[in-house]
Design a protein. Sequence first.
Lengths: 291, 263
Amino acid sequence: MGKIILEIQNLTKYYGKILGVKDISLKLEEGEIFGFIGPNGAGKSTTIRSIMNLINKTSGKVLIENEEFNKDDIVIKEKIGYLPSEIHLYDDLTVKEMLDYHENFYKKNIHKRRVELVKRFELDEKKEIEDLSLGNLKKLGIVLAFMHNPKILILDEPTSGLDPIMQNVFYDLLKEEKAKGNTIFYSTHILNEVSKICDRVGIIRNGKLIKVEKIEELSKKNLAFVTITSNQIKDIVKDLKVTVISEDANTIKFGNNLPYNELIKKLSKYNIDRILIEEATLEDMFLHYYK
Amino acid sequence: MFKRELKLNLKSFIIWISILMGLFLVVFLVYPSITNSANMGMIDEMMKMFPKEMLKAFNMDITTIDSAFGWLKTEGFVFVLLITGIYSGILGSNILLKEESDKTIEYLNSVPVTRKNIVLSKILCGLFYIILMVVIIGIFNFIGLSLSGEFDKKLYILLSSTPLFSSIVIFAICLFLSTFTHKTKKTLGISLGIVFVSYFLNIISEIGESTEFLKYISIFTLADIRNVILNVSINPLFVVLSIGIAVVFIILTMFHYEKKELV
């Protein structure tokens, strides 16, 4: 196991009596991209806001390189790049003024990196922030989060609003950051993204972390779906003891747990009109965990 | 950050100071024609018809309105007090809360700056504009009065510094109240309420002995205009009290903001 960069210890957050997240523990290694997925209201933003100390934790700790990260720890804040899901910046400023303002907060000179990122994301520095489209605002948010070369990046739905070309520019940037050894906490609900760029994935549901798994292991599980049309469909269901996902007259769809060999042998006894075996996508697996 | 705050709040400052200056400009232009005419006698007659208590409430029992300075001492300062008070109230309830209301706090919280520094920069900016407003309107009226005739300069200088005391306290109280909510809409009404209720309590407290106790709960008592006009001096107790109350509320603000959930 590599060096632990970000560690969440038993994070619990209640909003009054309402549960936000409960007992979340996680460790992120150096150079890792960790996908944090879950539906709306599962607790993704609560977790991120607790990490960032925007809200007070009911209990639990967040450690950055083994040091507890508290509200006013500006040394640790310098190491973090944060991109919120909805970006709200100062409408009275231009892009240039916003970037200048941002530079002022950091002791080190970050101007060179800023110029590079602005060029890469094709940002127009002369534009007023209030005139920026959602996509351009997101691009500015990305530049702000990355321009001080942070060791840890906390990204909340970073690609929403970006066009496909810019999404690719962004994925390339993530790969470079990973290659530099920087750690990325990547919250999203777009599963395709997770399988493309993340090393591990954590699934959160109703405020609880229900599964943490490596992406490769998740896809190794070769969960498959079988759709069969047959006039003996009732017998097949009884014989194979399958849990039917959907049913329509003589057609059923079920998740297959049997080795393929055994499945074929069993089915060969019946009269089959049509058969379709499909490998589960990450999305199916995700839904599988949510059942 | 302080520089940015100054820039951000400049526009509203210019609007408010323009209102005040415009008001006094009209007075300085119109007043000579009122005082030089025979109307003055009529005004004096009219004044006699008002009850004593009411005249007292506007300091008209201890001064006359037969000159621009006379007017300034009575109604004029009511406007200065109220407008600087309202400005301070709005500034206090907005300056810190605006980051949350506009949701820019999520950005500001992510950069290497402490909450204490955020609050301090905003307080300094607020105090700077309140002092600047009192100074500018003071100089403006000084010039206006100089052009209108003779007046007691020492009394004037003391008098024009009085809005500072009430305004700073209003600013600090509204700032503190703003740490209890997340939206500026909610605090605006409260801050204006504090200013007006405080002002009316102040007026009522002047009317009679039975209502005198009300002055202890009015922020405008700290401005103490009546005493300044009568004795040409500022009661040091009110200076200490104003600074003391403001400091207490600023400390409370910092303390509470430190624990606040910034959503």
